[in-house]
Design a protein around this ligand. Structure first.
Ligand SMILES: [Fe+2]
Length: 244
């Protein structure tokens, strides 16, 4: 008779438990503006089965000029709030690096915040690639980093040959789950599906910036389309194994 008291949720669980791309650190980019929003977004991710989150705030020249000096204090504040609330989630600090002059100077000054095991999340401008991008990816690997390209499906200036070339040269690909919903447009959707069919996706990320993203993700997990992605990726996705 007390069934009505039980918490019910129709949110399906994600088939992996580590989110490798999100903007939940408070007040450092155009993601979460404050600690309350950050905690809410973490709880939404946990409802989907996430138990480890790597925070990847933007580091972009002229837009979000973050560095360890700005990101570490925000991370420590969030970690303390998560512990105070008793949330059972592991947090790690990294960043999403736009490949631009600021990145080059932070690389030079050894100021980067890579993921555990020296994976490094990088993104391109949506207008064009930085000149010398391939050499830079090669040099990062020589320095011991494993570059992960964030949401490659969203770079409309890439063609299939270019994707294959980059992946063959050791650049790992992280697709956004919401690309499979059409959220970023038809071109990103078609490219994400092509990458899926051609075994070019190594990581999935939420790229959560706000509550709307969390809601769309939760809705998508209960669809047939999502189950197809799970079937295709569950044995090759690196989300839960790369950082151990
Ligand atoms: Fe992002």
């Amino acid at each position: 008779m007390f069934n009505f008291l039980k918490r019910r949720s129709n949110i399906q669980q994600l088939f992996y438990h580590t989110d490798v791309h999100c903007h939940i650190l408070p007040g450092v980019d155009h993601g979460s503006p404050d600690i309350e929003t950050s905690l809410m977004l973490i709880e939404k991710e946990m409802e989907m089965g996430i138990n480890k989150i790597v925070t990847t705030s933007h580091v972009t020249d002229g837009v979000a000029e973050n560095s360890p000096a700005t990101l570490r204090p925000a991370f420590e504040k969030l970690k303390a709030a998560v512990e105070a609330k008793g949330l059972q989630v592991e947090l790690a600090l990294s960043a999403e690096y736009r490949i631009d002059d600021l990145f080059l100077s932070q690389l030079e000054n050894k100021e980067l915040l890579p993921y555990p095991n020296d994976y490094l999340l990088v993104e391109n401008s949506f207008q064009q690639e930085l000149l010398g991008f391939d050499d830079l990816m090669f040099n990062l690997q020589l320095k011991g980093f494993s570059p992960i390209l964030a949401h490659p499906e969203r770079y409309s200036y890439y063609n299939h040959d270019r994707y294959r070339h980059l992946h063959d040269s050791g650049v790992l690909f992280q697709a956004n789950v919401l690309s499979f919903t059409g959220y970023y447009g038809g071109r990103a959707y078609a490219t994400a599906m092509w990458m899926l069919q051609n075994d070019l996706i190594d990581f999935l990320g939420s790229d959560i910036h706000n509550e709307n993203h969390a809601r769309l993700l939760a809705e998508f997990t209960s669809t047939k389309e999502y189950k197809k992605i799970e079937a295709k990726l569950k044995d090759r996705l690196l989300n839960d194994t790369a950082f151990i």
